[in-house]
Every structure is written in structure tokens, then in C-alpha cells.
Design a protein around this ligand. Structure first.
Ligand SMILES: Nc1ncnc2c1ncn2[C@@H]1O[C@H](COP(=O)(O)OP(=O)(O)O)[C@@H](O)[C@H]1O
Ligand SMILES: [Mg+2]
Length: 483
């Protein structure tokens, strides 16, 4: 008997079922530009299969934590735990067959990779008696299995890539079925992408991604042009679990309670959510020693092959040459648009960088004009309202701030800007917004941290107003109410 997951409708309005057991055996790759509807698609799949199979979601942006309410997933906020704890939670999730969301929100790129690697390795290393079938959904998979190097420490990249390679290449025997989504196929390690036999391709702008999608779908490039014009929520599907030939699907709505099909997979345990949660999240310190870690690494050849893969070919350079000024102008506009679009929902620079890359190319810059570290700095400036390329004085401010963690840069630059322009000291609420928090306590701790590094001096005058001086730069804000 089969469990069919109703994913949506074909152009004739007919339901398109996804065969869950087949999916467990053959894995799924979803690709589409930011906003094409990948996360929505994953959510549809998760909601519609929730009663039938254990689900594990690696969630870089905390998008899926809302599954907890309606479907009982246990949320693990990675930022609140050590790597060791996160690994232990994964082991317990295997043991208790609990559906979980590992939210990596709030971690920097490297932290996200380390944490995902620890978690995936522990899923993989579970003892044989716990090898139950589970969907392992990884959104923005290119973050964890990047095709190229250079943006994070090599050791971290290898660990994360190795864990993803294990999931996709060797997970099946252990019951783990990888479902991965990426906005940039060309940025996803080839060996990881190649292990999926099912594809859902959404709107794709860049030729290089489209070419790789066409290769995976076994389509002529010309035929594959169709995926450029797909609308949000529309995907081209192919693979043993969904359709033997490319089929256009409109993904249906999410948050519906109707569940189709009858379960063939063995029933999940029926323990109340609260119990499962307690089982999984019990403090790790209180437990007996964990025993030596078992480390399964992906076959060295596979990792080597992925690491040594030749650099991705560059797009044909028939784009107009831009002067440095023109490029600066475009970068400033793109940064402004990024910051305006994100509102108060700040995302990690590493996540936004992909979006930045695509936006730059869409307006005709052949390659991203900034690398990730430079982008991180410019993003911080943009969040402080400085969009143009840093002049000499801003460059000095940035150089001084080099000792600060990336997530404090924006707030520092906001203060630096007020100081340089001799304007009133920004309020704690303004600083909080730039820092991506609503907690004034966090703001106070951050200011104390920066002050502790001698980068600035806060002074409260007799009227209780605060001014901040940046002694290295000789700039000082006007005094203003702090609260
Ligand atoms: N099939 C769909 N039906 C209705 N709304 C959709 C559909 N797919 C995506 N959306 C909406 O479009 C927006 C972007 O989708 P999202 O899944 O977040 O894109 P991505 O993950 O590819 O960046 C979201 O607001 C989402 O709710
Ligand atoms: Mg998404």
C-alpha cells in the first residue's frame, strides 16, 4: 500500500500525488530562486506527510518552527544549546521517532554549519535499532553543502559537507531520506545534488543554475528555458516518486488539515507532545557520560571530489562593462533594496549574500562585486543607513570595528554615523532595531562589550542624557535621552 502526499495540481487541475515510500528511497531536490516558493513547497510536503513519517527539519531561518503548534514538532533553538547538546537531541529524536525542527536562526554561517553537521552526524550515527524511516528536510542546502570554498574555515566546511554527503549518499540504509532545497543549484556541491532522483524545479533566473537544472532533469537546454518563466508556487517535477516525465505542478495551499492516503509505514508512537518534548530536551549534564563519539565520515574520495571540483564556469561575459562608479551606484541601490525588504526581520549576512548575488546579476553585474566579508561590512553600513561605498573615514571606522562580532557592526556604524555627523546619540530602541533584537537588555550588554574593547566611551550627563565618543576617530554624538 502506498501513502500519497497531495502536493498540488497539474495544469489540467488534477491532483499531483507524491509517493511517500518511493520518496524515502529516492530523495528530493528542490531548486528555485529566492521567493519562488521552495519553503512553501517543503511546508506543504511536511504538513501533508506529518502523520505518516517522522520528520526532521534543518531550518536556517527558523521558518518552520510554526509546525510545532499544529503538528507537534519539537523545536530545538540551536542558539540556546551547545553542539554536544544538539547532537544528543538528534540521537534522542531518532530513538523516540520524534519530529523536530532544528532552528539555526541567530547563528552566524559557521555556527550554522557546525551545528547542522553535529546534528546530522548524530542522526546518521544512531544505533541500528533506531534506523526508522525519517524525512530529513534541509532548506537552503547550499549553506551546508557549498560547491566552492573560501567563505568559511575549511575545517568547518568539510565537516558540514561530509555530514550532508552522508545524508544524501549513505542515509538510505539508515532510514534517512534527504529532501533538500536550494536557491542556487550551481552553489550546491554536485555530489550532494546528484544523489536525489526526484526534482522540483521552480523559477530560476541565472543561466548557470538553469543549465544544471536541465542536466539533472535530462532536458534540452532549450526545453528547460520554461523554468525561467515559472510563477511563484509553480514547479516542474520529475522523478520516480512523482512523475516519469517532466510535469508542471502548482503547489497547493498550506495549513490544511486534510490528510490523504492510509498509512503503510509503521505507525508513529502516540506519546503526548509534552512527554516527547521532555524526553528529548532533558538537560544533558544530568545524564550519564555520553560515551566516545562515533564518527562516520563520508568516503574521503567523495569529499575530496566535492572539494576539488573545478570552479563553476563563469557566465558568458557579454554583459556591458561598468565603470567603478556605476558599479558602486548599483551596489548601493541593491543594498538599499535588501535592507528595505528585510524590514525588522534581519537575516544572517551569509544568507542575504546569495540574494545579493542574484540581485546584482539581475541588474547586469556579471559577478558579485563584493565577497562575503566585504558584503558583511557593507550590509552593516546599510543597516546603519550608509549605502554608498565607504569613504576613507568610514573605512577607518570599519577597520577599528574589525575586532567586533559581525552582528554588532551595524549598531556600531549607526552610532559612528551619528557621531561623525555630530547628531544626537541614537536611542536604545534605534540601536536595538539595527542590532536585530527587541531586547534592550541585549543592547546594553552589547554597548558594554564594545566599550570594553575601548572602541567607544559612553557618558551620561547630569540631565541623564547619553553621548558616545569614538576616541580613535575623534567623533562624538550629541547628548540625547537614552531610552
Ligand atoms: N504555492 C503557493 N501558493 C500560495 N503562496 C505561495 C506559494 N508558494 C509560495 N507562496 C508565497 O510566496 C512567498 C515566497 O515563498 P517562499 O516559499 O518563502 O519562497 P522561497 O523559500 O523559495 O524563497 C511566501 O509568502 C509564500 O507564502
Ligand atoms: Mg525559503
Amino acid at each position: 500500500m502506498t501513502v500519497n502526499v497531495d502536493m498540488g495540481t497539474d495544469p489540467a487541475g488534477k491532483t499531483v500525488p507524491l509517493d511517500l515510500e518511493e520518496l524515502l528511497a529516492t530523495r528530493l531536490l528542490v531548486q528555485g530562486n529566492s521567493g519562488s516558493g521552495k519553503s512553501h513547497l517543503l511546508r506543504r510536503l511536511l504538513e501533508r506527510s506529518a502523520g505518516h513519517v517522522q520528520q526532521v527539519v534543518i531550518d536556517p531561518e527558523g521558518d518552520f518552527v510554526t509546525l510545532a503548534g499544529a503538528y507537534g514538532h519539537v523545536v530545538i533553538e540551536a542558539a540556546d544549546h551547545s553542539e554536544r547538546e544538539v547532537a544528543k537531541f538528534a540521537t534522542r529524536a531518532r530513538e523516540h521517532r520524534a519530529s523536530v525542527v532544528l532552528s539555526l536562526e541567530g547563528l552566524e554561517a559557521e555556527g550554522q554549519m557546525k551545528c547542522a553537521a553535529a546534528f546530522l552526524n548524530a542522526l546518521f550515527d544512531a544505533p541500528r535499532e533506531h534506523w526508522y524511516p525519517a524525512l530529513v528536510v534541509v532548506d537552503e542546502a547550499q549553506l551546508f553543502a557549498p560547491a566552492g570554498g573560501g567563505e568559511v574555515v575549511e575545517e568547518v566546511r568539510r565537516a558540514s559537507l561530509s555530514a550532508m554527503t552522508n545524508l544524501m549518499c549513505r542515509g538510505r540504509k539508515r532510514g534517512l531520506a534527504g529532501v533538500i532545497a536550494t536557491q542556487r543549484l550551481a552553489k550546491l556541491a554536485k555530489n550532494v545534488a546528484a544523489e536525489a532522483s526526484n526534482f522540483l524545479m521552480g523559477r530560476t533566473f541565472l543561466d548557470i543554475d538553469m543549465a544544471r537544472a536541465a542536466d539533472l532533469l535530462g532536458m534540452e537546454r532549450r526545453q528547460a528555458e520554461a523554468i525561467r518563466d515559472l510563477q511563484r508556487g509553480h514547479f516542474l517535477a520529475l522523478g520516480p516518486a512523482v512523475s516519469r516525465r517532466p510535469l508542471s505542478i502548482k503547489i497547493g495551499p498550506v495549513q490544511t488539515s486534510a490528510r490523504s492516503g492510509s498509512p503503510k509505514l509503521t505507525p508513529l508512537p502516540t506519546a503526548p507532545v509534552a512527554d516527547i518534548k521532555n524526553l528529548l530536551l532533558a538537560p544533558v549534564e544530568a545524564m550519564l557520560p555520553l560515551g566516545p563519539p562515533i564518527r562516520h565520515v563520508a568516503p574521503p574520495e567523495a569529499v575530496e571530489a566535492a572539494i576539488a571540483a573545478p570552479p563553476r564556469p563563469s557566465v558568458a561575459p557579454d554583459l556591458p562593462e561598468r565603470s567603478a562608479d556605476e558599479t558602486d551606484g548599483i551596489v548601493a541601490d541593491v543594498l538599499r533594496a535588501l535592507v528595505e525588504d528585510e524590514g525588522d526581520q534581519q537575516r544572517a549576512a551569509a544568507v542575504l549574500y546569495q540574494d545579493f548575488d542574484v540581485r546584482c546579476r539581475m541588474v547586469g553585474l556579471p559577478r558579485p562585486p563584493l565577497d562575503l566579508p566585504a558584503f558583511t561590512r557593507r550590509l552593516a553600513c546599510a543597516r546603519a543607513g550608509i549605502y554608498d561605498a565607504p569613504d576613507e573615514e568610514w573605512a577607518q571606522a570599519l577597520a577599528i570595528a574589525d575586532v567586533l562580532p559581525d552582528d554588532m557592526l551595524g549598531a556600531f556604524m549607526l552610532i559612528a554615523r551619528a557621531a561623525r555627523e555630530g547628531r544626537p546619540c541614537p536611542s536604545e530602541a534605534e540601536i536595538a532595531r539595527t542590532y536585530g533584537t527587541s531586547s534592550l537588555g541585549r543592547v546594553k550588554r552589547m554597548l558594554a562589550y564594545i566599550e570594553g574593547r575601548d572602541l567607544m566611551v559612553c557618558r551620561i550627563d547630569l540631565a541623564g542624557k547619553r553621548s558616545i565618543a569614538l576616541p580613535h576617530l575623534g567623533w562624538t554624538t550629541e547628548a540625547a535621552e537614552a531610552a
